[in-house]
Design a protein around this ligand. Structure first.
Ligand SMILES: *Cc1c(COP(=O)(O)O)cnc(C)c1O
Length: 227
């Protein structure tokens, strides 16, 4: 894969979408999603000045983070969180996008090392109302976010969603609009959220149209995943 060319393309697409949907220039930050990718693919992206990376599997991620050992990188944990992995996640990542249980929040808070700044967290939201999907329902968010207040080693930054795959722009947009609406509603009440993590290769433009501040892109940068 020509990672340099792909990165340029995706950065241009982000810029175009910012213009098209009246978003400020550089208001959307690209996270390169590197689950299942080799170290040399990640270093290719680093050489193109990519700094934000997303990983889904803790053990795989920590091995790569240690091997790459680059102090300027910002690692985002975007996979399901098992409670026996909270120690590693709290130690090696700057961001967690998939928080949806208080028990996990408590463990991440306890395990975040004192010499690091608070762990940035996004609460994962299930906008498709499927009981099999991870994430909180929209009507559960306010109480959940209030309850996170006691965890001083976590910094609540915003909301994240990973909708079902859908090829239709308008339906993609509709699902992101729900997140955007509740984001503004929560901000009106009391909390200060500044992050909407939404949009992957297939629905990035719809997410940018609805206010995404992080898009999480794997396939468009590194090609299709085998696994
Ligand atoms: C894999 C993954 C992505 C990237 O998806 P692509 O379709 O490869 O762009 C984004 N977000 C999450 C949570 C993922 O698991």
């Amino acid at each position: 894969m020509k990672i340099d060319i792909n990165l340029t393309k995706i950065r241009n697409k982000i810029e175009e979408a910012e213009k098209q949907f009246g978003r400020r220039n550089n208001s959307v930050c690209l996270i390169a999603v590197t689950k299942t990718r080799e170290i040399n693919e990640i270093t290719d992206a680093i050489n193109e000045n990519q700094r934000h990376f997303g990983e889904n599997y803790c053990q795989e991620a920590v091995e790569k983070i240690k091997a790459i050992n680059h102090s300027d990188l910002i690692w985002h944990f975007i996979g399901p969180i098992q409670s026996n992995k909270t120690n590693q996640i709290a130690r090696y990542f700057s961001w967690v996008h998939t928080l949806d249980r208080l028990k996990i929040a408590r463990r991440l808070n306890e395990m975040r090392p004192d010499n690091l700044p608070p762990l940035n967290v996004c609460v994962q939201v299930n906008t498709s109302k499927e009981s099999t999907k991870s994430g909180l329902l929209i009507n559960e968010l306010e109480n959940f976010i209030d309850a996170l207040d006691e965890f001083k080693r976590l910094k609540v930054r915003g909301l994240m969603s990973l909708p079902e795959i859908n090829e239709n722009f308008d339906s993609q947009r509709e699902s992101f609009r729900q997140l955007n609406k509740v984001f503004h509603k929560l901000n009106k009440n009391h909390v200060k959220l500044d992050t909407l993590s939404m949009g992957t290769t297939i629905d990035m433009n719809a997410a940018i149209a609805e206010g995404a501040t992080f898009v999480r892109i794997g396939t468009a940068i590194f090609g299709p995943r085998i696994q």
